[in-house]
Every structure is written in C-alpha cells, then in structure tokens.
Design a protein around this ligand. Structure first.
Ligand code: NAD
Length: 505
C-alpha cells in the first residue's frame, strides 16, 4: 500500500500517486517560522486589493477563471496523479470553480455595497444609518484532500472577492494542485494576495495563529481542535466538517432513478465526498427492486485511476483501513456484501464498490463516516422509522429523499436535521451556490456559498451613523438641564411603546 506524502517541516517532501505508488511530484514544506512573515506580506498587499473595489477585483477573478479553463488538461492530469482519482471525478472540479467565480463576479458589487438601514423610530430619522462590509485582512483556509481544486477555491473565491488576502493551507496529502493554482493566480496578473503554507498540523496551527478568520474544511475531530486554537486569539471560524448523509427512498419513488442516484452519490470520488450517500433507508415495498437495481448498476462500474474508469483509488492505505474495518465489522455482525466486500491485493489504495444489506445502527458502517465506496441499505417499515433513523446521527450535513410525490418528499425533508436536502436527486445542492451549504450538529458551524452571504462572511460589519440634518443632535448631552433629559427619555419610551402596546392587545 502507498502513502501519499512524507510530510516533514521544514524540508522538501515527495508526493506519491495513490493508484500506482509512483512519484507524483515534490513539494517544499513551509518552515514554521516563515508563516508569520507570509501572513505579514499578505496583510500589506491586502490594503491595495481592498482599495481596488469590487469592480477592480472582479476583473482579476475573471482572468483567473479564464486561466483555469485554459489549463484544464494540466490541472486534471495533476489531480489524477496526486489523488488517484478517475478522470470523470477529476473533471468536475474546474467547472465548479468557474461556476463559483462567474456568479461572484456578477454579483459582488451589489453583495458588498453598504446597506442602508431604516431608523428604528421616527425621531431617529434625522440619522442616516449604513452598514459597511470591510474585509478581514487575512483569511486562513485550511483544506482537506478530497477535491484539491474545489476545497481551496470554494472558499478562497468569496474571500478574495470580499477584498481579503488568503493564506491557503492545503492538505499535506495534496499540496501539488495548490502550487499549480497559485501559479495560475500569478499568471492571471493577480497581486500577491494569495499565498500557500504547505505542511500538516503544525503549519495549520501557525496559520490559525496569524490569520483574522479561519475557514476550515475537514474532519469533525480536527474541526474541534481548530476552534480551540482559534479561541486563543478570538479568531472567528467557519467549519465545514464530516457527515453521514442518509438517503430515504419512499415506496412511490422511481426505483430505477433512486438506485442510480444512490450508486452515483455513494461511489462518486470513490466515496470520498463529504456529502456522499453513506446510508440508505428504503420503505419495504420498494426494497427488493431498489436493491436489485443498485447491484446491477454497481456491477457495471469500472475501478481504476484516470481515463476509462468510474471510480479511482482511496487517498491512502489509512483511508482503505477505515472502509475495510466498517465492512468487516458489519459482515461479522450479520450483514451481507452483495458486491465487493474484500480489500484487494495488488498495488494502489483501492477498495471495490461494496453494497451491504442486513445492516442496522449497531454497525459502524451505518453510524460512522466511512468516506469510502460503500453503500449500506436498510429496509424500514414506515416513513417515521426512516426519519428517526436518518436523524439518529451526530452528523447533519445533507440528505436525499426520493418519492413520486414531491410535496410528500418535501414534508419528509423538513423533518430531517441537516443543512440541505435534495429531492429526487443527489449532491445537486453543491451546484446551487446561491444557497448556503453548511452542516448542523457535528457537521459544522457556519456555511459557505449562499449568494451575498458567501462574501459577507469574510467581512466585519462597520456601522456608520451620519446626520441627515444638524437638528436634534446633542439633545441628550449633559449640557442640557436634568429636566430636559428626563423629558427626552419619557418621549422616547412613550413613542417606542406604542407598537408593543398595540401588539400586546
Ligand atoms: P482532516 O481533518 O484530517 O484534515 C483537514 C486539514 O486539517 C488538513 O489540511 C490537515 O493538515 C489539517 N490539520 C490536521 N490536524 C490539524 C490540527 N490539529 N489543527 C489544525 N489543522 C489540522 O481531514 P481530511 O482527512 O483531510 O478530510 C476528510 C474530512 O473532511 C472528512 O471528514 C470529510 O467529510 C471532510 N470534508 C468536509 C467537507 C464539507 O464541506 N463539509 C468537504 C470536504 C471534506
């Protein structure tokens, strides 16, 4: 089995292709002492970046989108080498990045314009109240390895659009793609407001210690540590964490469509997607047909990296260990594997797509995040059981409901404790970047995307209260008599109370 990297700090490291064990490239790990210097450089460059305004920054972001499109082949080939992905999986990353940039470029001026707020009572209409969105100077982005382009850019684009500088700490398992993205940023004629810190935990901690906002994507266990570290300097965090996303298939669903969706949702990127379908609950009448269609679809899948395959390698042997443990424990406890179910010999960190039945919530495959190509399916008697079991999880990232009746599916969706639900489709919310993508419970804090919110989250709000007229100012200062101050307070209270009195009736 292969390791993907030999991280050490400082020094240089070698990254290995998880599919073949061949060298994918080398990286220079960032010296810990350099992180404050890099952050200071970004902080200095950020002022001019902010001063360009949304239109000036939009031009640069748009040029970067063009660069990404022009260099697709090079980026995708590197993605395959660095992660052992299939080419179809590698090919989703740049279109998503370009979609995000295009929407941001179109909307950023309006999203970042100051808001005018109404006076809370007529007496205060002498004031003009505006809320300004001022960028947090240095945003630290700490990313995982499963989508090296998307994980970096999904958040970096919003931060850069907002006028922040970004210090990106990619996963130590996939540092090479980040180097190529930085080259693209520079070649797009962009200023030095994007920089990399390459390394593992210690470098991450240095990023947290030197940034003004932390956008973390990764496991729940690490997310907790990130929040603790950030608390030392009261640095705000946004955490996109792990999941155990359920799919519910009602008895009136289009079973063929649901089965194909389940297979794609579970096996896409070899199951290494935060919002992958990790468990399925099927109403009894649809169960047999659903399982049969799933098995048929899985049997057609071709496993291998690069072109001509559906799903590629797992990122390394430790990830295969988790998948293997979940499957083996389930089999030992009475589950059956209808496909796969056994770790293959041979080179590369592969695991075959595995459909499990006769599973329940005493098994890790139904309760812990697997992040591998498994699809455990459970038969349920009622919709209530399906909802209860779907919610029986520490996680709450997203979910899927299949039904022939969209209204009924929506009713189920709104009983699920999670950040997003797709009806009669899987993973679709990822492309709907005008809506927030975030997790409930142990799946996260905050959200990414969400239109204007996806840029404003990287800003501090600064309220400016300015006079519309000089009349009225100073009425409550000490130089007035105590009687005048008391009168003022009485009037304020009376006027404010009018609405409460009316509503309370
Ligand atoms: P991970 O938590 O091991 O690592 C994530 C990042 O944190 C890496 O860059 C790593 O170097 C860094 N890190 C490690 N220890 C740290 C520490 N003590 N303090 C600060 N940073 C530290 O996660 P992973 O294995 O790279 O990624 C897989 C996980 O990411 C899965 O749980 C998956 O569900 C989750 N994920 C979530 C989303 C989402 O949007 N919710 C998206 C992709 C992946």
């Amino acid at each position: 089995m292969t390791a993907t990297s030999d991280v050490q700090s400082p020094g240089s490291g070698t990254i290995y292709d998880p599919a073949t064990g061949a060298i994918a490239g080398t990286v220079r790990w960032t010296d810990l002492d350099d992180v404050p210097r890099i952050a200071a450089g970004l902080r200095a460059a950020q002022r001019e970046w902010e001063a360009r305004g949304p239109q000036g920054r939009a031009k640069v972001l748009a040029r970067f989108a063009v660069w990404l499109n022009d260099h697709r082949d090079e980026v995708e080939a590197l993605l395959v080498r660095e992660t052992g992905k299939s080419m179809v999986d590698a090919k989703v990353e740049i279109p998503l990045a370009i979609l995000i940039i295009s929407y941001v470029v179109k909307t950023m001026e309006k999203a970042l314009a100051p808001d005018t707020r109404p006076a809370p009572m007529p007496m205060l209409s002498i004031k003009k109240i505006t809320v300004h969105y001022r960028p947090r100077p240095v945003v630290g982005i700490i990313a995982p390895w499963n989508y090296p382009v998307a994980n970096a850019l999904m958040d970096a684009i919003g931060a850069l659009a907002a006028g922040c500088a970004v210090l990106l700490k990619p996963s130590e398992r996939t540092p090479l793609t980040a180097e190529l993205l930085l080259r693209g940023w520079t070649d797009s004629g962009a200023p030095e407001v994007l920089a990399l810190a390459q390394g593992a935990r210690e470098v991450s901690e240095a990023v947290i210690d030197n940034a003004d906002f932390i956008q973390f994507t990764g496991s729940t266990a690490t997310g907790r540590k990130v929040m603790e570290r950030a608390a030392r300097r009261l640095t705000p965090v946004s955490l996109e964490l792990g999941g155990k996303d359920p799919m519910i298939v009602l008895e009136d669903a289009d079973v063929e469509l649901a089965a194909n969706a389940a297979v794609w949702g579970a096996m896409f990127n070899a199951g290494q997607t935060c919002v992958s379908v990790e468990r399925v609950y099927v109403l009894e009448p649809a169960y047999d047909a659903f399982v049969e269609a799933v098995v048929k679809a899985v049997q057609n899948l071709k496993v291998g990296a690069g072109e001509g395959h559906h799903l590629g390698a797992q990122i390394d042997a430790s990830q295969v260990d988790i998948t293997e443990r979940h499957v083996n424990e389930a089999l030992a406890a009475g589950a059956r594997a209808l496909t796969g179910g056994k770790r293959p010999d041979g080179p590369g960190s592969f695991y075959p797509p595995t459909v499990l039945v006769d599973v329940d919530h005493s098994m890790a495959c139904m309760t812990e995040e697997t992040f591998g190509p498994t699809l455990p399916i459970m038969k349920v008697a009622t919709v209530g059981d399906a909802v209860r079991l779907a919610n029986d999880s520490p996680y709450g990232l997203s979910a899927t409901v299949f039904s022939g009746d969209v209204k009924r599916a929506k009713d189920v969706a709104l009983q699920l404790d999670c950040g997003a639900v797709n009806i009669n489709d899987v993973l679709a919310n990822l492309m709907c970047t005008t809506a927030p993508m975030g997790g409930w419970k142990a799946s996260g804090i905050g959200a990414r995307f969400g239109g204007a919110d996806g840029m404003r989250k990287f800003c501090r709000q600064e309220t400016v209260v300015e006079p519309r007229t000089s009349a009225g100012a100073g009425g409550n200062y000490y130089h007035n008599s105590m009687k005048a101050l008391a009168r003022m307070n009485t009037v304020l209270t009376k006027v404010s109370l009018i609405r409460s009195k009316r509503t309370a009736k």
